[in-house]
Design a protein around this ligand. Structure first.
Ligand code: PEP
Ligand code: MG
Length: 563
């Protein structure tokens, strides 16, 4: 009998191969105090290790964008004066180099892990990774790597760091099974980029599998089969073949317009945080951009990006898009998104606090810099403005007054912009749903943010793992809120899109189509699949299906009845 282990899918697909257990040497940290005379020698140890790892990174073969980003991030960390000074200071206090490094890294890891933002949380892995590599250097330990694994290898490990994957033989590795890891962990991102099936959070998979075991990964159900019987193996080989054919099919239809069988045209857009995401989204067949999360521009900078800096990015994006639209969301910071160069006040409930449009109103100079950059970029293509976290008509009026002020300034300065630029709002609060009929009178379109909408409607923190099962967008309350929003926009002759994660959930595509959604904005990987479902659906039939589902009394019942 095959042994079945469960995990969370971080990258989709089926893999059939042989397990390779990738285990790392446990390192003992020297605890001895040093003498004054030894300080220079210990400082040199650290400096040599930093230089040697830096040289290694600079000469490393790089073949994916993610790897380039990781390498760059590591190089920046190695140069970080805060990190270096902190290690040097500890050595000057008579700590040996190994211990000084280890303590500094541990405190960086703790600091990053305590953050709410899952993206920044994952940076803790980078620090652990760097710490490990530097320690190997100081101790003169040779690192085992994944460069020489055989064909059809499924790598099984506690957790893979960016350095581990950088040397990996990408033609031979066909799957990953991890004890730990999150969906935004490096291994998950690498797996998604390379299209390698990956299951994470498998707890003790490293103690269940031995080197050379035959393993099947099926990410659809989060299953991993160890020693599968012949029948199961044959069955999975067939399924794998079917999946390959489906991928070929999606490749063929990805650039088609998504029109239902009875003629309703749906926009299938993508979400981006930078130009690379845009390039990927376009490769995946996206019709346009439904959400540019501009906070990443601010988060990746060490200062508030200037008007010129922002203009450069927005202009590049809109020019890349040609005649396809670009929805730019104004700064949505606060909540779980922090900036290294701006101190946020302590708040007991940051998600209910000083965030997004609220900050922009209090800091009009920051808001206006961004709005001017967006307006100026609108002279080069079809841009729409999207305002986050709106709860009232007054807020739209206030934002529009500031936009008008910027327009007036640009006119006086004789700078071109789109005078008719459309302004939409994120519907992501209960207030905006219940006020949808009034709000739509003051804007051009809605974009539903299901990530926050679900959290605020159900009063379930979107980032709290303890209550993760309660966080469910299929809850009838959330689905009915989506319907109320779409209906209100249609009644006013306007349209509604969705840019929250639910738009990329392809199991819900037909349901959302039936609720009347006009635009889906999803990660690149879901775009072709959404188009395929729309191309094979009938809007009227989908409407009846959606009505039946949202009348049900629980998320469970709805999910059981999904087609
Ligand atoms: C959302 O809330 O659904 C959304 C798209 O915004 P973010 O995830 O950036 O808060
Ligand atoms: Mg949101």
């Amino acid at each position: 009998m095959a042994l079945i282990k469960k995990g969370i899918a971080a990258s989709g697909g089926i893999a059939i191969g042989k397990a390779f257990l990738y285990e790392k040497q446990k390192i003992e940290i020297n605890q001895d105090e040093i003498k004054d005379t030894e300080i220079p020698k210990e400082i040199k140890k650290i400096d040599d290790a930093l230089a040697s790892y830096g040289d290694e990174l600079k000469t490393m073969e790089i073949d994916t964008e993610v790897q380039r980003q990781i390498t760059e991030a590591h190089l920046n960390m190695l140069d970080d004066p805060f990190l270096i000074d902190s290690i040097h200071e500890k050595i000057k206090d008579k700590m040996n180099a190994e211990k000084a490094l280890d303590e500094t890294i541990q405190s960086m890891v703790q600091m990053m892990s305590a953050l709410d933002d899952p993206y920044l949380k994952e940076r803790a892995t980078d620090y652990r990774d760097i710490g490990e590599r530097l320690l190997y250097k100081i101790k003169g330990i040779e690192v085992s790597d994944l460069s020489s694994v055989g064909p059809n290898t499924i790598v099984v490990s506690e957790e893979l760091t960016p350095s581990d994957t950088s040397t990996m033989n990408k033609d031979h590795v066909i799957g990953f099974l991890m004890d730990r890891g999150g969906k935004t962990a490096h291994v998950s991102i690498i797996a998604q980029t390379l299209g390698i099936p990956c299951l994470i959070a498998m707890k003790d998979i490293t103690s269940e599998i031995k080197n050379g075991d035959t393993v099947i990964i099926d990410t659809e159900n989060g299953d991993c089969y160890i020693h599968p019987e012949e029948d199961l193996l044959e069955d999975y080989k067939k399924r794998q073949q079917k999946l390959i054919e489906e991928e070929k099919h999606l490749e063929q239809i990805k650039n088609k317009k998504a029109i239902t069988k009875d003629g309703k045209k749906i926009e299938v857009a993508t979400n981006i945080g930078n130009i690379k995401d845009l390039e990927y989204g376009l490769e995946c067949g996206a019709d346009s951009v439904g959400l540019f999360r501009t906070e990443f521009l601010y988060m990746d900078s060490d200062h508030f990006p200037t008007e010129e800096e922002q203009l450069k990015v927005y202009q590049e994006a809109v020019e890349l898009l040609g005649d396809r639209g670009l929805i730019i969301r104004t700064l949505d910071i606060g909540g779980d998104k922090a900036l290294s160069y701006f101190e946020f006040p302590h708040e007991d409930n940051p998600f209910l606090g000083w965030r997004a449009i609220r900050i922009c109103f209090d800091k009009p100079e920051i808001f206006k810099t961004q709005l001017r950059a967006i307006l100026r970029a609108s002279a080069f293509g079809k841009i729409r403005i999207l305002l986050p976290m709106i709860i009232s008509v007054e807020e739209i009026k206030r934002a529009k007054a500031i936009i008008d002020e910027c327009k007036k300034e640009l006119k006086e300065e004789k700078i071109d912009f789109d005078e008719e630029i459309e302004i939409g709002i994120m519907v992501e609060t209960p207030a905006s749903v219940l006020m949808a009929e009034e709000l739509i009178q003051h804007c051009d379109y809605f974009s539903i943010g299901t990530n926050d909408l679900t959290q605020y409607f159900l009063a379930v923190d979107r980032g709290n793992q303890e209550i993760a099962e309660l966080y469910n967008t299929y809850h009838p309350a959330v689905l009915r809120a989506i319907k109320t929003t779409i209906d209100a926009s249609h009644k006013a002759g306007k349209w509604t899109g969705m840019c929250g994660g639910f738009a990329g959930e392809t199991k819900a595509t037909k349901l959302l189509l039936g609720l009347g959604l006009d635009e889906f904005s999803a990660p690149g990987a879901s775009v072709a699949k959404i188009k395929d479902i729309i191309l094979n659906s009938d809007q009227k039939e989908a409407k009846a299906y959606a009505e039946k589902l949202i009348a049900m009394e629980s998320a469970e019942e709805i999910q059981e009845n999904l087609e």
